[in-house]
Unconditional design. Sequence first.
Length: 106
Amino acid sequence: PPDKDQLGRATWTFLHTAAAYYPVLPSPAQRSQMLALIQALPALYPCSHCAEDFGEKVAENPPDVSSRSGLSRWFCERHNEVNEKLGKEAFDCTKTDERWNEGPKD
Ligand code: FAD
């Protein structure tokens, strides 16, 4: 099976970076494409219990695909839910751009 931690770091890198470079004013097509990407994860993410929990969180918290800042916050909050579940510290969601729009700091 895939290494859950390596897979998680790679996936969060992709998702937070995609949000950090998502349009400030996305077109209707870009919004529906991002929504489709998010909604595909519970079906396709190759850690079945992670995918199942994430799917429940997505259902409880409809993705905000209306803007770069809204999407960045939405992913930050979902990642923080996983951090909490794993006993990790919460990330400060005012710092998503600093972390993900200016290159990796770790
Ligand atoms: P990660 O949590 O991978 O974080 C990588 C970097 O992101 C951090 O170093 C930090 O700079 C930054 N960061 C941290 N929090 C935030 C945030 N809230 N917003 C923005 N940036 C942030 N693992 C499990 O064991 N069980 C699960 O159920 C589980 N579910 C997951 C569901 C999804 C959708 C994904 C993508 C991953 C899941 N993981 C799960 C993996 C888990 O989230 C971590 O990726 C893994 O434990 C490795 O953690 P890490 O401490 O190396 O850093």
